[in-house]
Design a protein around this ligand. Structure first.
Ligand code: FAD
Ligand code: N01
Length: 570
């Protein structure tokens, strides 16, 4: 029965242990409590929030609209919470996570400052034994990994990395106390989403900033601004519809147009109202919804006119850019012209231009004044292709052209994404088999939710699900609801375990790979963290499912409706 354990009474015995107290862990705790389970959440940090707890670097914020990047499960929560900006800053998102924890009294079941080091399935008892770095052992029927896709920071193995005597920081593990950069000589290594957000803000504060760039980035203006009351009111009046549309969309966005809705509450949503690529806060999904003229249908003058009219949004209007390499390169060429328009020094402009890989292969980056920052007299771009990084020294960074002395060195070098946090835990399934071994050539999952050989283990937004290709909170809620229903189903039918079959898992692996074929994500010149290409020695496998959150939801729902097709229930 739900809520009872064979060993009930012992404090360390639970129906479910959840690892991680970000948005996924919090919502999963709430849902499992609702169905009567005794649950414990183990979290490495000192508070809830996950991503928004760890990533406190200057400029950190979400790059999708906050009105949509928020929980949908509680109408009162939706109505009472106030976002201040279209894309809210990190402290506000963290405050929201804390508010949720308070409002739903979640903290009493969360143990902070504790890292799960191992999880082992016992074939004899059908239970998981979970071990922590406090040498505690917990026993649970279900082990749910809410460990996050972007929670394991990547500190690259640069010669002398630990020798630096100044302050060395990683964007994904930023101190809780404010870091005063005023009057400091700062270096930033990395120009992905984190670097691009941090660089303009650091430049405004530091005495001098050196940006060490290995790969130039394609970045679009975020167009962030304060949220006005009409937009908030329109969203709040239409939230039920907005959420429903998010759930069945390609990437977790409703396409809702608050301006039209403010006049007519039932207005038809319009994708153009939202910043970012249509339907996506992330790298665009391959298939356009409506047919439109392609960029290649225009002659060169028309393309330039289109750029003049739409600015960088031109790439969002012509969807062949995302599917046809020639159109993509044409767009990239125009993109490079835009860099020239903003960056005053022609050599710096040239160095900042992304070349040799397609737009849309990596997670889309959005910025506020990124290129403009390189016009500041206190900012120096170091192009590591022309001037390779030799080593980190006690006093700063040494490149081929000489030493750069620094007080602070910021690693904006990303994450061991999707599998990193899971593989840091020694997860053992049936017969003691190790997840690290099973995934040595890339992750294998059924629906990104479960792994064959690991009964009653669930992965929220795991590899093989749309997760990072979507508005992640939408994907989190879908997984959590599915897992909760699944556990309730097991209990209602007096079943003990659920386990993916090898066939279903192999089919799903193939389907994930197939979906990404022919898209920019898997172009031969693409080296992204989606592919594991940012981590030395990691297998190159495209990890998320590109098919879209709406389609994916339907697949998961059909699997459940069909008696959990592809799973063995015992
Ligand atoms: P996380 O928030 O990563 O939480 C996982 C938690 O698990 C962490 O607190 C971690 O400490 C804990 N944990 C991991 N391993 C262990 C262990 N072994 N033991 C104990 N605890 C453990 N997504 C969007 O959709 N839109 C955005 O605009 C957006 N912006 C982002 C900005 C940044 C800077 C980053 C890094 C990511 C962003 N994301 C964005 C993705 C973001 O990660 C998700 O939106 C979401 O917050 C993930 O929630 P989660 O609970 O799944 O994982
Ligand atoms: O990490 P990244 P991130 N020497 O991997 C460079 C989410 N996010 O933290 O491209 C020199 O994208 C590396 O260079 P290269 C979002 O999903 C969202 O920025 O490998 N440089 C690259 O420039 C995002 O995609 C927001 O050549 C080295 C950078 O470091 C994900 O998190 C904000 C190097 C890493 O870029 C990760 O973003 C922030 C080395 N040895 C993050 N090793 C939002 O706004 C690495 N680099 C939503």
């Amino acid at each position: 029965m739900v809520g009872r354990t064979a060993e009930a009474g012992r404090l360390t015995d639970y129906d479910a242990v959840i690892v991680g107290a970000g948005f996924a862990g919090l919502y999963q705790l709430l849902r499992l409590r609702e169905v009567g389970l005794r649950v414990k959440v183990i979290e490495a940090g000192t508070d809830v929030g996950g991503t928004w707890y760890w990533n406190r670097y200057p400029g950190a914020r979400c790059d999708v609209p906050s009105m949509e990047y928020s929980y949908s499960f509680d109408e009162d929560l939706e109505q009472e919470w106030e976002w201040s900006e279209v894309m809210s800053p990190q402290p506000e998102i963290l405050a929201y996570a804390r508010h949720v924890a308070e409002r739903f009294d979640l903290r009493r079941d969360i143990q902070f400052e504790t890292r799960v080091t191992a999880a082992r399935f016992d074939d004899a008892t059908d239970r998981w034994t979970i071990t922590t770095d406090r040498a505690e052992t917990l026993s649970a029927r279900f082990c749910i990994m809410a460990t996050g896709c972007l929670s394991m920071s990547n500190l690259p193995n640069i010669e002398g990395r630990d020798r630096f005597a100044g302050l060395a920081l990683h964007t994904g593990n930023w101190p809780k106390e404010p870091v005063d950069l005023r009057g400091k000589r700062v270096g930033v290594i990395g120009t992905g989403s984190s670097g691009v957000q941090a660089i303009p803000v650091i430049a405004a504060e530091a005495s001098h900033l050196h940006v060490f760039q290995r790969t130039p980035v394609y970045t679009f203006p975020a167009n962030n601004r304060p949220l006005n009351d009409e937009i908030v009111a329109a969203y709040k009046a239409n939230y039920a519809e907005v959420r429903e549309r998010q759930r069945h969309s390609v990437a977790g966005f409703s396409g809702f147009n608050p301006k039209k809705a403010a006049i007519t509450p039932t207005a038809v949503p319009d994708a153009a109202a939202k910043p970012g690529p249509p339907e996506s806060g992330d790298t665009p999904v391959a298939k356009p919804k409506r047919r439109s003229r392609g960029l290649l249908d225009l002659d060169l003058d028309e393309r330039r006119d289109a750029v003049a009219a739409h600015g960088p949004a031109v790439f969002q209007r012509y969807r062949d850019v995302y599917t046809d390499p020639a159109a993509n390169e044409a767009a990239c060429e125009l993109y490079r012209e835009l860099v020239d328009d903003i960056v005053e020094d022609p050599t710096v402009a040239e160095d900042l231009k992304p070349k040799g890989y397609p737009l849309g292969c990596k997670r889309q980056v959005y910025d506020t004044d990124y290129y403009e920052t390189f016009n500041r007299p206190n900012v120096t771009l170091v192009d590591l292709h022309r001037d390779p990084l030799l080593q980190i020294t006690e006093t700063g960074v040494q490149t081929e052209s000489g030493d750069v002395d620094l007080d602070v060195l910021v690693f904006a070098t990303g994450f061991d994404a999707m599998t990193g946090a899971l593989e840091r835990i020694d997860i053992r399934g049936r017969g003691g088999r190790a997840l690290r071994d099973d995934w040595s050539e890339g992750p294998h999952t059924y629906l990104g939710l479960a792994v064959e050989g690991y009964p009653n283990l669930f992965t929220i937004t795991g590899p093989g699900s749309p997760s990072v290709l979507s508005n992640v909170i939408v994907s989190i809620e879908q997984h959590v609801d599915w897992i909760t229903d699944c556990i309730a189903h097991l209990d209602a039918n007096e079943l003990t375990t659920i386990e993916a079959t090898a066939e279903a898992q192999a089919d799903w692996d193939e389907r994930v790979a197939e979906a990404a074929k022919g898209t920019m994500y898997t172009a031969p010149s693409c080296a992204s963290w989606y592919l594991g290409a940012n981590i030395e020695g990691k297998s190159r496998v495209f990890m998320p499912y590109v098919g879209g959150v709406g389609r994916y939801r339907k697949i998961c729902d059909d699997v459940a409706a069909d008696g959990y097709r592809g799973f063995t229930l015992a």
